[in-house]
Design a binder for this molecule. Structure first.
Ligand code: AMP
Ligand code: MG
Length: 501
């Protein structure tokens, strides 16, 4: 069998100490669960060929196309603040890279194709190198939903069942996810070489990452500083976008932070239902290090780790290097605040929010937290409220206020909000259009994801397919998806998520 893939593998041309070359471990009985035909086509791959037996065999790791140069990447990282000198792809194998062809919406962009759950590697430590169906379907749904929400993210090309069991707390069906990413270069990749004082590798990795993600900065007199500045800006924007949809990553370790600025590693992540800044889902995050409201601070901490790994390349004079790197990391706060104001300003209907508008936004969030209001539903409802409540009084604000334990808490905010919007140019319809484009109607709610996984475990992919289809159009309020938009009832809410490795 042959399957030709248009791979062009730039990472595999880096020195051997960047990775371990090895093939995926074949699985018993590959079966295609889901193919992202649209993404395949955008990448210049033939969806029909991928769905045929040899295509599925490749997506399972059973067939390695001639042009592939499979490898497991080396990296290190801080996990929950603790240093781990060697992590690396313990259950993922990079098959190769493709460049999207002319005419594609992704034209000219380079992407990694990585199999997650492809078997043991030299970096597996105690792990089995495998993944089970639940986390594979979860990553598929959530990463594709993030993309549809316009947030930079790795994508999902396919999910394949392996026909093998994996042992976790229980015996569970195995699966492999094909992940597509601008790259899998992490803060931890730089830390891996910094810890080994391998300056040559740091330099090569910096040049590689800069050319790949920030080509406009190639030729900069200090490439490492340019890379740091761009990564800081990309992460500030990314985290502000997460905050705007109530997303909690859950494991913002430095090995799960991509220098491309894409969201990567969907483990115990979740979107909030009712709003509270201290919300944590991950079962292993006992101290709330990665709680919703901590995410910007943690991103800064991660950027400081990148800065410290890059120090030797920033300036030969150490004090000077520290000074310049510190300045670059400090740029996170103003960049984040500006992005946050932009994101949340639009959510309440302001085309250009100023600093003076921050209290209005914060006061809504505080009222939502005090009143357990649903994050997505409350913001979305704003776009359907009338310009004035009129004869009905506050009842006209029902879609928003009814979600508050004490609806009057919304009313006092709403009168300030209307007064502020009255000072904006353009009419009410223009304000509503801004809000509708900034407040998704549909997010991947946790209880729906878990429901889809439960059904898949029982052999029914229907709920997964339905959720995936609906999540591709998060801005629309289609009547047939009303149940998917509804917040969970008390007994439906899922408050804990698991790493699910
Ligand atoms: P993660 O929590 O997914 O970011 O993974 C952290 C580290 O553990 C990475 O080095 C992974 O490759 C490794 N790892 C996670 N699950 C497994 C597994 N089932 N087998 C081998 N290595 C794993
Ligand atoms: Mg990881």
């Amino acid at each position: 069998m042959t399957l030709h893939m248009p791979f062009d593998n730039s990472y595999a041309r880096l020195p051997e100490r960047f990775y371990a070359r090895l093939d995926p471990t074949p699985v018993a009985e590959p079966r295609l669960l889901k193919l992202n035909a649209r993404l395949a086509a955008d990448l210049g791959l033939d969806p029909e060929a991928l769905a045929r037996p040899e295509g599925v065999a490749m997506l399972a790791g059973n067939l390695v196309p001639a042009e592939a140069e499979p490898l497991a990447q080396a990296y290190a990282g801080h996990q929950f603040g603790g240093w781990v000198p060697q992590l690396g792809d313990g259950r993922a194998i990079l098959l190769g890279e493709v460049v999207a062809p002319p005419g594609s919406p992704l034209a000219g962009r380079r992407f990694d194709l990585q199999l997650k759950g492809a078997g043991r590697t030299p970096f597996s430590r105690m792990g089995d190198g495998r993944a089970w169906l639940g986390p594979v379907l979860r990553e598929y749904l959530v990463s594709e939903a993030m993309h549809a929400l316009g947030i930079p993210t790795t994508r999902a090309l396919a999910a394949v069942a392996t026909g093998e069991w994996v042992l976790r707390e229980d015996r569970l069906p195995g699966a492999v996810l094909t992940r597509v990413a601008a790259s899998h270069i992490r803060v931890g990749t730089f830390q891996f070489f910094a810890a080994r004082q391998d300056r040559e590798a740091l330099r090569l990795l910096t040049d590689h990452a800069l050319a790949r993600h920030y080509p406009h900065r190639v030729g900069d007199p200090v490439p490492a500083l340019a890379l740091l500045e761009e990564t800081v800006a990309a992460q500030a924007r990314l985290v502000a976008l997460w905050m705007g949809v109530g997303f909690i990553h859950g494991v913002m370790n430095t090995d799960n932070t991509a220098v491309s600025g894409e969201t990567i590693d969907y483990g115990p992540c979740a979107f909030m239902d009712s709003y509270h800044p201290a919300t944590v889902f991950s079962s292993i995050d006992s101290f709330g290090r990665y709680a919703y409201a901590n995410q910007p601070q943690i991103a800064v901490w991660n950027m400081a780790q990148l800065a410290s790994a890059l120090l030797p390349l920033i300036d030969a004079d150490e004090a000077r290097a520290v000074e310049r790197a510190t300045e670059a990391v400090h740029a996170f706060a103003p960049a984040y605040e500006a992005a946050w104001l932009d994101v949340f300003g639009r959510k309440i209907g302001l085309a250009e929010a100023g600093e003076a508008d921050a209290p209005l936004i914060q006061d809504l969030l505080s009222a939502m937290a005090d009143n357990r209001a649903d994050f997505t539903r409350t913001f979305r409802a704003l776009s359907s409220l009338p310009e004035a409540t009129g004869a009905d009084g506050p009842a006209a604000d029902g879609p928003a206020r009814d979600g508050f334990l004490d609806p009057a808490a919304f009313d006092s905010w709403a009168s300030r909000w209307r007064a502020r919007l009255a000072r904006e140019p353009g009419g009410w319809a223009a304000r509503q259009a801004i809000m509708r484009a900034a407040n998704p109607a549909l997010i991947p709610r946790n209880h729906r994801i878990e429901e889809a996984i439960r059904a898949a475990l029982a052999g029914d992919l229907g709920p997964f397919e339905r959720l995936d289809r609906a999540l591709a159009r998060p801005w629309e309020e289609r009547p047939e998806d009303a149940d998917l938009r509804r917040p969970p009832a008390e007994d439906e809410a899922v408050r804990r998520t698991f790493c699910g490795t």
